[in-house]
Design a protein around this ligand. Structure first.
Ligand code: ATP
Ligand code: F6P
Ligand code: MG
Length: 319
């Protein structure tokens, strides 16, 4: 293999730049030509593919977002779009592609592998919803951002003795809500993976009030319901004033933590090694601080488990 390419796809995640840098520099170190594809699969279809040099990835390791831009591509869901992408890669003599993204991006990478391009996935999404790896790039940064923001909300919640409902990202996954809730000492955590009865939440708030506790923090994963619906539902069981805070895309930005930079760098270099070993249709993974690879299909056909003991612990510690 002489020529490889790299792209970022799906929601961006802090640490993607560290991974791009590692792919480019490790590739060049191994005497490969490395190409950068802008705008994910959309750029692959539109031939936005450029050769990258060592200097092209200078001064990005500490930046959030992705230098290669990201996109969600409708056209790539069609066979015609996928064929265009493959033709553009083949025209340039590119045999291997590294896809940095989430589970949807992994499905796209698998399709390309079936169509004759060797593909390696790197898990990158703040949601940490990818099976087969303990962590994804961007999760640690987003978690720290959320905890920082909840700390700020706690200050004002305490001063005004209020209940706050804080909506965090995670359509199908409660990883962010669960761990941010524990780290920020939230009284209640709602996650899509498990049902929480509103009557129980109201009862906990009521018993807290009776013990003289006047403020309460509720962390809600967006996939469960909106903060507004949560407030209306809660109002059916208890008569308290609530304030809502939807954290939104602030959670996806910001400079990556050291952990995400290390993870991005290790995954990027490892993905190049996997291509050189002739692997395809696999993704990088980390467990017990070691690099592994897993079949992409086994990743996106599985739902990542959440740790119910963390949920239980947060309940025990926040009475
Ligand atoms: N089944 C599929 N076949 C081919 N391509 C797909 C498929 N599913 C998704 N893709 C491609 O991958 C892109 C990114 O997928 P998606 O929007 O689900 O984000 P993701 O990679 O899961 O990241 P995140 O969920 O963290 O934002 C899609 O826009 C589409 O172009
Ligand atoms: O930026 P968009 O396209 O609105 O996507 C938001 C979604 O992307 C994610 O941030 C994952 O990248 C989810 O947590 C969130 O639901
Ligand atoms: Mg996804």
């Amino acid at each position: 293999m002489r020529k490889i390419a790299v792209l970022t796809s799906g929601g961006d995640a802090p640490g993607m730049n560290a991974a791009i840098r590692a792919v480019v520099r490790k590739g060049i170190f191994e005497n490969l030509e490395v190409y950068g594809v802008s705008h994910g699969y959309e750029g692959l279809i539109n031939n936005q593919i450029k050769k990258m040099e060592l200097g092209d990835v200078g001064d990005i390791i500490h930046r959030g977002g992705t230098k290669l831009y990201s996109a969600r591509s409708e056209e790539f869901l069609t066979l015609a779009g996928q064929n265009k992408a493959v033709a553009n890669l083949k025209n340039l003599g590119i045999e291997g592609l590294i896809v940095i993204g989430g589970d949807g991006s992994y499905r796209g990478a698998s399709r390309l592998s079936e169509l004759g391009i060797k593909t390696i996935g790197i898990p990158a999404t703040i949601d940490n919803d990818i099976a087969g790896t303990n962590e994804t790039i961007g999760y640690d940064t987003a978690l720290n951002t959320i905890v920082d923001m909840i700390d700020k909300i706690r200050d004002t919640a305490t001063s005004h003795e209020r209940t706050f409902i804080i909506e965090v990202m995670g359509r199908d996954s409660g990883q962010l809500a669960l761990n941010a809730g524990l780290a920020a000492g939230a009284e209640t955590i709602f996650i899509p993976e498990r049902q929480t009865k509103m009557s129980d939440v109201a009862a906990r708030i009521q018993s807290g009030l009776e013990r003289g506790k006047k403020h309460s923090l509720i962390v809600l994963a967006e996939g469960v319901m909106s903060a507004e619906s949560c407030s209306l539902e809660l109002g059916k069981y208890i008569n308290i004033e609530t304030r809502l805070s939807v954290l939104g895309h602030i959670q996806r930005g910001g400079k990556p933590t050291a952990k995400d930079r290390v993870l991005g760098s290790r995954f990027g270099a490892y993905a190049v090694e996997l291509l050189l070993d002739g692997q395809t249709d696999v993704g990088t993974s980390i467990k017990d601080d070691k690099m592994y690879f897993v079949e992409l299909k086994s990743v996106y056909n599985q739902k990542k488990n959440y740790d119910s003991s963390i949920y239980q612990l947060s309940k025990e510690l926040s009475i």
